[in-house]
Design a protein around this ligand. Structure first.
Ligand code: 5GP
Length: 194
C-alpha cells in the first residue's frame, strides 16, 4: 500500500536499538480515521473472495484497525482478545499466552469469552504490527481452541527482519502485510520498506 509506505518513511520514528518503529502520528496514538478506513478497504482487497464471519484482534492498538476494517467486510462482528496479567482467570474463556514484544518480552495471558468464538466460524485476524509473531500466534491458538478457522492474518506493518512472518506462514497462516520493513536505523532515521 503505497500511501502507507510513504507515511512510514515520512513520519515513522525508529527506537529501541533499531527494533521498534513508532507511528504514533497516524496509527498508535493520534489516529487518522480516514486513513484507517482505507487500510480496512485494502485488507478487504487482499482477502477478496474469502468468507469472513468475524474479525479477531488484540487490545489495545488492534481495536481501531479492526473496527474501521469491519465495514469493508460487511460489518462483521469485531472481537478483541483481552489482556490479563494476573494469569488467573475464572470463567468460560479461551486463554493463550503472548510474549510481549514491547514490554521486555514478559509473558501475559490473553483471553476471549467462549460466547464470542464458535466452531466452524471463519475468522480474520488483524493487528497493527508483526514482529516475532507471538501476538498473532496466540490469536491463532484461541481460534483453533474454539474449533473455528483462521482465514488469514492482516497486519498493517510487518517488520520483515524479525521472524514472526515466517513463523506464521510456516504454521499455515496466510499473512497479508500492507507494508514490510526491511531495515531501519535509529541513527539516520531512515526506514526501508516495500
Ligand atoms: P509480536 O507478538 O509479533 O512480537 O509483536 C506484535 C505486537 O507487539 C503488536 O501487537 C504491537 O502492538 C507490538 N509491536 C511489535 N513491534 C512493534 C513496533 O515496532 N512498534 C509498535 N508500535 N508496536 C510494536
Amino acid at each position: 500500500m503505497e500511501a502507507l509506505k510513504q507515511r512510514i518513511r515520512a513520519e515513522g520514528k525508529v527506537r529501541g536499538n533499531n527494533e521498534v518503529l513508532k507511528v504514533d502520528s497516524f496509527l498508535n496514538h493520534k489516529m487518522d480515521v480516514a486513513f484507517l478506513q482505507e487500510i480496512g478497504q485494502e485488507f478487504r482487497r487482499r482477502f477478496a473472495g474469502c468468507q469472513v464471519d468475524r474479525i479477531l484482534t488484540i487490545e489495545a492498538s488492534g481495536i481501531a484497525i479492526a473496527c474501521l476494517a469491519a465495514p469493508a467486510f460487511g460489518n462483521v462482528p469485531v472481537v478483541f482478545a483481552k489482556k490479563n496479567r494476573t494469569k488467573n482467570i475464572a470463567g468460560d474463556v479461551y486463554i493463550s499466552q503472548v510474549e510481549s514484544f514491547t514490554q521486555d518480552r514478559r509473558p501475559y495471558n490473553i483471553f476471549v469469552s467462549k460466547e464470542f468464538l464458535h466452531p466452524g466460524e471463519k475468522v480474520l485476524l488483524l493487528d497493527d504490527f508483526l514482529a516475532n509473531g507471538s501476538a498473532l500466534q496466540a490469536l491463532t491458538d484461541l481460534v483453533r481452541q474454539a474449533g473455528a478457522e483462521v482465514v488469514g492474518a492482516g497486519v498493517v506493518i510487518e517488520k520483515a527482519f524479525q521472524p514472526g512472518g515466517q513463523r506464521l506462514r510456516t504454521d499455515g497462516v496466510r499473512v497479508e502485510s500492507l507494508a514490510r520493513i526491511q531495515s531501519m536505523s535509529e541513527e539516520t532515521g531512515v526506514v526501508f520498506c516495500d
